[in-house]
Design a protein around this ligand. Sequence first.
Ligand SMILES: Cc1ncc(COP(=O)(O)O)c(C=O)c1O
Length: 340
Amino acid sequence: MIDLRSDTFTRPTPAMRRAMAEAEVGDDVWGEDPTIKRLEAAVAERLGHEAALYVPSGTMGNQICLRLAAPPGTECLANEDNHILWYEAAAAPVLSGVQLHPVPGPRGMLEPAAARARVRAARYGVPTSAIAVEQTHNRAGGAVQPLEVLEGLRALADEAGLHLHCDGARIWNASVATGISLERYGGLFDSLSVCFSKALGAPVGSAVAGSRDLVARAREVRHLYGGAMRQAGVLAAAALVALEQMVDRLAEDHANAGGLAATVAAAVPGSVDPAAVQTNMVLLDAGAFGTDGPGLVERLAGLGVLAADTDPDRVRLVFSYEVSADDAERAAKAVVAAAG
Ligand SMILES: Cc1ncc(COP(=O)(O)O)c(C=O)c1O
């Protein structure tokens, strides 16, 4: 089976397992785990921020940031397809009393003009306190949020006194795809949540980055949410390997995704827009195969490819380091065969 359901299915590399076995550890609740400290320093440096904090998951990273960004009874603007709206168990309203305001926009984009039109003051109802973007955008098939859009949102945030947060679970993919440095992206945001356990292949973990003050407060919220861990350096060691060894190679995943999209688009009209494939994901329109999402997933499984129906009529294929160029070619043939 070629598993293209998600880049979260990756298993740790041999280098990660070695690093985990050999990790120097201490009690991180007491601030004494040297491996976690190294990871946090490396993340802060790469993203051009003062500090960073290791957290157990991307969801916790986002939710810690939202709690710090938006006081209870206020609103955070986000594209209607953002992960925080779809897949985080209503955590923002439940944990932080924050209302997420979904804004429509193409390819996961929160367009500055659309955001500006939604910014509200207290006297009009729910005051806006924050803006959240997602880079790259999961439900938009790994779409890269353009720099000028992010800069427009930064300008709006400055003007209106809003906190700008980035769900950067796959910000590494955006940087590799565009050549724009992590530091340049990072500098646009007041807070970021980044993941080691997605495309980079680490088994566990994410990080929050921001100012020293934000990260100090994030540490308190992490404790409140039950995310303060003890000798978690055994996990952070794998994340360090992910950061050091697994970022540049993402270009291979992007090439594999693009190659599959080109092959399938040429053989199955209307099935996929190759120009929309910017990073490691491909979205297939199940209708072009004469079926629906679950139907296409079933056909593909019968042809040796595992895929995910992320919508009733849409199937997602995700490339990561355990999927070789050869696998990608075989998967492309299977997808073409699924059209009958
Ligand atoms: C864009 C995005 N943000 C956040 C998350 C949440 O990460 P976790 O599963 O580690 O909570 C994911 C998970 O896939 C994601 O794709």
